[in-house]
Design a protein around this ligand. Structure first.
Ligand code: ACO
Length: 402
C-alpha cells in the first residue's frame, strides 16, 4: 500500500540506506579516512606520525583548532586544562547515589550531562567564549569523572587532581593511587596510554560522533551532546567492543583455549556470536590503528614484565581467522579494539573501564566535530526521513467494539 511517488518530495528523492552505508550527512575537514588503503589522517597528518611524534593534548589541539600548536600555544592549552580538572564538590554526590556495581560508562555519561547543570553558561552554543570554556572544562574534567567512577566501583575514596602532573599522569594517579600508597607512575604506561588516546581521538562519522552531531544539531549544549555520544560509544558494536573482546578471550580460555571451536561458532552464527574486535564498516583491508596497537601490545607487555595467555589466544585467533574463507570473503580484519583491552589489562584497568578509556580518547574528536557542526554556515537540524511500512489508513474502532 506504500505510495512510491511519495519518495520524491520538494527537496529530491528519499533514499533508504540502512546503517547509512553510503550516505554522507556532513562535510568535514577534520579526519580523512580511506578504508580501501587503510589510511587515517587527522587534519591531513598521518595517524602513524601523530602517534609517534605528538602528545595526546597536542593532537587534541590539532583536531579542535585545525593546526598543530606552537610551543607557547600548547603550554597555554595545557595550563588552561590543568586549571579546570577539579570537579565541583556537589558532583561527588552523584556517585553516592549510583549502585556500587554501576557500569562506569553509565556514570560517565550521566555526570557529563550533569555538568550542564553546574555550567549553565554553556547553554548558548553561539557564544564563542562559552564554547571555548566548555571545551576546556570537558577535556579537563572527563578524566576526573572517569577516575571517580572507578573509585566508586571499588569503594575507595576519590583522589583529587594534581596541577603539577601531565594529563595522562594525572588520570592514572587519580585512578590508581590510594591514600595509603601513592601510585608509582611508570613512563612506559604513561607513554602507551598517551599513544592509545591519540589513536582513538577521531574517526570521522562513526556512531558516537554522528550522535554528538545529531544531538548538537538541535542546538543542545556541548555537555548534553557529548553525553549522548558517550552512550552511543558504550554499545558492544562500537566502543564497547574492547570490553567484549576481553570477555570473549576469557571465555575461550575458560573453555579450554580452542580457538577453532570458537571460530566455527562465529561462522555458524550460533546465538549471534561474532568475533569481537574484527570487522569495520569502512576499513576493508586493515585498520591502521590496529597495526600500531598490535606492535605496542608486545612492547608494553614485555616492558611491564607481563606475559598474558590471552595475548597468545588473540594471536592464534587472528592467525586462524585471517586464513579462513569466511573472514577473507567478508573482508574482516582486526580493528582498533582487538588488542587494546590486553594493553589496558596489563596496565591494571578492570575490563569495565576499557570503554571509558576509549571515551577519553575520542573526546577531542567529538568536541572538534561539535564545533565544526555548530559553525557550519546554513547547518540544519539533523532529521532523517523514513520509508513508512505500516498500515496506510484505517478507521478508529471504539474500545468496547474491539
Ligand atoms: N564476526 C563475524 N562476522 C562478522 C563480523 C564479526 N566481527 N563482522 C561482520 N561480520 C559479518 C556479518 O555477519 C555479515 O555477514 P553476512 O553477510 O553473512 O550476513 C558480514 O560480515 C557484513 O557485516 P555487517 O554487519 O553488514 O557489517 P557492518 O559494517 O554493518 O558492521 C561492525 C561493522 C559493527 C564493526 C561489525 O563488523 C561487528 O559487529 N564487529 C564486531 C564488533 C566490533 O569489533 N566493533 C568495533 C568496531 S570498531 C570501533 O567502533 C572502534
Amino acid at each position: 500500500g506504500f505510495d512510491v511517488s511519495k519518495l520524491r518530495n520538494q527537496t529530491g528523492l528519499v533514499t533508504l540506506d540502512s546503517g547509512y552505508g553510503n550516505t554522507a550527512a556532513y562535510k568535514s575537514a577534520i579526519t580523512y579516512l580511506d578504508g580501501e588503503e587503510g589510511i587515517l589522517r587527522y587534519r591531513g597528518y598521518p595517524i602513524e606520525q601523530l602517534a609517534e611524534g605528538s602528545s595526546f593534548l597536542e593532537t587534541a589541539y590539532l583536531l579542535i583548532n585545525g593546526e598543530l600548536p606552537t610551543g607557547d600555544e600548547l603550554s597555554a592549552f595545557q595550563n588552561e586544562i590543568t586549571q579546570h580538572t577539579l570537579l565541583h564538590e556537589d558532583v561527588k554526590r552523584f556517585y553516592d547515589g549510583f549502585p556500587r556495581d554501576a557500569h562506569p560508562m553509565a556514570m560517565l555519561s550521566s555526570v557529563v550531562s550533569a555538568l550542564s547543570t553546574f555550567y549553565q553558561d554553556s547553554h548558548n552554543p553561539f557564544h564563542e567564549n562559552q564554547r571555548h570554556l566548555s571545551t576546556i572544562r570537558l577535556l579537563a574534567k572527563v578524566p576526573t569523572i572517569a577516575a571517580y567512577a572507578y573509585k566508586k566501583s571499588i569503594g575507595h575514596p576519590v583522589v583529587y587532581p594534581r596541577n603539577d602532573l601531565g594529563y595522562v599522569e594525572n588520570f592514572l594517579r587519580m585512578t590508581f593511587s590510594v591514600p595509603a600508597a601513592e601510585y608509582e607512575l611508570n613512563p612506559v604506561v604513561v607513554d602507551a596510554l598517551d599513544k592509545l588516546l591519540i589513536l582513538h581521538a577521531d574517526h570521522e562519522q562513526n556512531c558516537s560522533t554522528s550522535t554528538v552531531r545529531l544531538v548538537g544539531s538541535s542546538q543542545a549544549n556541548m555537555f548534553a551532546s557529548i553525553s549522548a555520544g558517550i552512550s552511543a560509544l558504550w554499545g558492544p558494536l562500537h566502543g564497547g567492543a574492547n570490553q567484549s573482546v576481553l570477555e570473549m578471550l576469557e571465555g575461550i580460555r575458560n573453555s579450554g583455549g580452542d580457538v577453532d571451536t570458537f571460530i566455527r561458532k562465529v561462522k555458524n552464527k550460533e546465538d549471534g556470536v561474532k568475533l569481537m574486535g574484527f570487522g569495520h564498516r569502512v576499513y576493508k583491508n586493515f585498520d591502521p590503528r590496529a597495526k600500531i596497537i598490535k606492535a605496542h601490545a608486545h612492547e608494553v607487555l614485555a616492558a611491564l614484565g607481563k606475559s598474558d595467555e590471552l595475548l597468545d589466544i588473540a594471536l592464534k585467533l587472528e592467525e586462524h581467522a585471517l586464513a579462513d574463507d569466511y573472514f577473507v570473503e567478508r573482508k574482516l580484519y582486526p580493528n582498533v579494539d582487538f588488542y587494546t583491552g590486553l594493553i589496558y589489562r596489563a596496565m591494571g584497568f578492570p575490563t569495565e573501564m576499557f570503554t571509558v578509556l576509549f571515551a577519553l580518547g575520542r573526546l577531542p574528536g567529538w568536541i572538534a566535530q561539535w564545533h565544526e557542526m555548530i559553525k557550519e554556515p546554513g547547518s540544519r537540524i539533523g532529521r532523517p526521513r523514513q520509508i513508512y511500512t505500516g498500515v496506510v489508513q484505517r478507521d478508529f474502532v471504539e474500545l468496547e467494539k474491539r
